[in-house]
Design a protein around this ligand. Structure first.
Ligand SMILES: Cc1cc2nc3c(=O)[nH]c(=O)nc-3n(C[C@H](O)[C@H](O)[C@H](O)COP(=O)(O)OP(=O)(O)OC[C@H]3O[C@@H](n4cnc5c(N)ncnc54)[C@H](O)[C@@H]3O)c2cc1C
Length: 411
């Protein structure tokens, strides 16, 4: 479709991943009659979003994420009604496993956090856990905490639910349209130039995932995040992986797992996470080779630690390998809000591996911000200015962000 080169809308979102689609959903819902355009150069939700393990964790040690994730659950219920379809969220709960004194202390904190958000939680005995999670070796475990209402989902479905509802509400979601440049007038963003012409708007949101720093740099802003690889495997089917068994978080070995189609989906944090400059990522993520050996050498480095809890890992067949880029920061926080020093420019980036979970809150926050209303959440910890001036393409910066992921113990 050829777009009128003088087209003017109220808001432009660059990137049709889950953040872009969620922003469009809330913006159209809360601002009837206003025009928002989402520009996606490939197909919506095909990049990080469709690759997520999609733990939609609400209760976390980083308590400022929790209200954002609670909003995601609220949005799911609302969109199910709007579309008259089920999202089929898998409400299997999260089992926190603590096998060291420090993990026990963290677990006790987590249970207190659950209480303070009125989220049901209970400590489980070894016997109960053995029955619920047959693949888990429990001998070395000191304490189990269970939060039963936590879920995982199909992340592509969640992203496209946001997009479909947004479209029904009047959003214009254009696939196959690439943003080449931000259009600036002094220190004000006034629109974008695309492969299908220029579009002008009162607000421009960069929600371009791993590629976001490339766009922000056009406005002279070093966006503080780096694309860092996340990877996981899905085993072949086996009776030791009941489909309704919980998500399992193993902070002592920096691993997580959940059921997937009769097998087990499990991910690890490598001793040194892989990162690359946003400038070096191809436009279509399917053209990027994340690992020549499907992560096997990374898995071998940690397999003995993991094997203490998941002994079947040595023999079970690995059917699928999935990898993608999440946006990380040195403090494992989101990196988002109003872009400092630039009028009408916003960035919804740096997901810290939690973008599916927090998508509802992120969508609502930006819908309000770009409509000129106050952010309903406190984004102080996500501020784009918090690291001072940084070069998002430098090795020093990329390594700092990758290290943060390597050291992450929580889910
Ligand atoms: C392996 C893996 C496991 C994960 N597990 C979880 C999990 O369990 N729970 C959780 O909450 N999160 C998880 N995540 C994180 C989650 O997937 C991301 O936080 C989320 O998908 C980020 O969404 P996004 O919209 O920012 O980015 P993306 O989905 O990557 O979307 C960005 C879009 O912008 C488009 N784009 C870029 N540049 C341009 C341009 N110039 N013009 C037009 N379009 C452009 C891209 O094509 C892309 O579609 C995981 C991620 C990975 C990779």
């Amino acid at each position: 479709m050829l777009i009128d080169s003088s087209e003017k809308v109220d808001a432009i979102v660059i990137g049709g991943g889950i953040f872009g689609c969620a922003i469009a959903y809330y913006y159209t819902k809360n601002n009837p009659g206003k025009k928002i355009v989402v520009l996606e150069r490939n197909e919506i939700c095909h990049a990080a979003t469709s690759r997520a393990a999609a733990l939609v964790t609400r209760i976390r040690s980083k308590q400022h994420f929790i209200p954002l994730s609670l909003e995601t659950y609220r949005a799911v219920a609302e969109m199910e009604k709007q579309l008259n379809e089920s999202m089929d969220m898998k409400r299997v709960g999260v089992l926190h496993v603590a096998a060291s004194e420090s993990a026990v202390a963290d677990l006790d904190d987590m249970m207190r956090i659950a209480d303070s958000f009125n989220e049901p939680s209970e400590y489980l005995t070894h016997e109960t856990v053995k029955a619920k999670v047959p693949w888990l070796k429990t001998d070395e475990v000191l304490k189990f905490g269970f939060i039963p209402d936590e879920s995982y989902c199909d992340p592509y479905l969640l992203g496209t639910f946001f997009a479909r509802c947004a479209k029904m509400n009047g959003a214009d979601i254009r696939q196959g349209v690439e943003v080449n440049d931000l259009l600036m007038e002094g220190n004000t963003a006034i629109g974008v130039s695309t492969t299908a012409g220029n579009i002008y708007a009162n607000a421009v949101v960069i929600a371009a995932g791993a590629w976001s720093p490339v766009l922000a740099m056009q406005a002279g802003v070093g966006l503080p995040m780096a694309p860092v690889r996340s990877q996981y495997w899905i085993t072949e089917r086996n009776d030791i992986f009941p489909v309704d068994s919980p998500i399992v978080l193993l902070p002592d070995v920096q691993a997580y797992a959940r059921p997937e189609g009769g097998g087990l989906l499990f991910g690890i944090r490598e001793a040194k996470s892989f990162t690359t400059s946003p400038l070096d990522i191809p436009k279509d993520i399917s053209d990027f080779s994340f690992s020549p050996d499907r992560g096997v050498s990374d898995l071998s480095e940690v397999i003995d630690k993991l094997g203490c809890f998941f002994p079947a890992v040595y023999d079970i067949g690995l059917k699928y390998y999935i990898a993608g880029f999440s946006g990380y920061t040195p403090d494992n926080n989101l990196s988002m809000g109003i872009v400092p020093g630039i009028k009408n420019l916003f960035a919804a980036t740096g997901c810290a591996g939690a973008g599916i979970s927090v998508s509802g809150g992120v969508g609502l926050a930006f819908a309000e911000l770009i409509a000129g209303r106050p952010n309903p959440y406190d984004f102080a910890k996500f501020s784009i200015e918090r690291f001072g001036k940084i070069d998002p393409f430098s090795k020093v910066w990329l390594d700092k962000c990758a290290l943060a992921r390597s050291q992450k113990r929580s889910g």
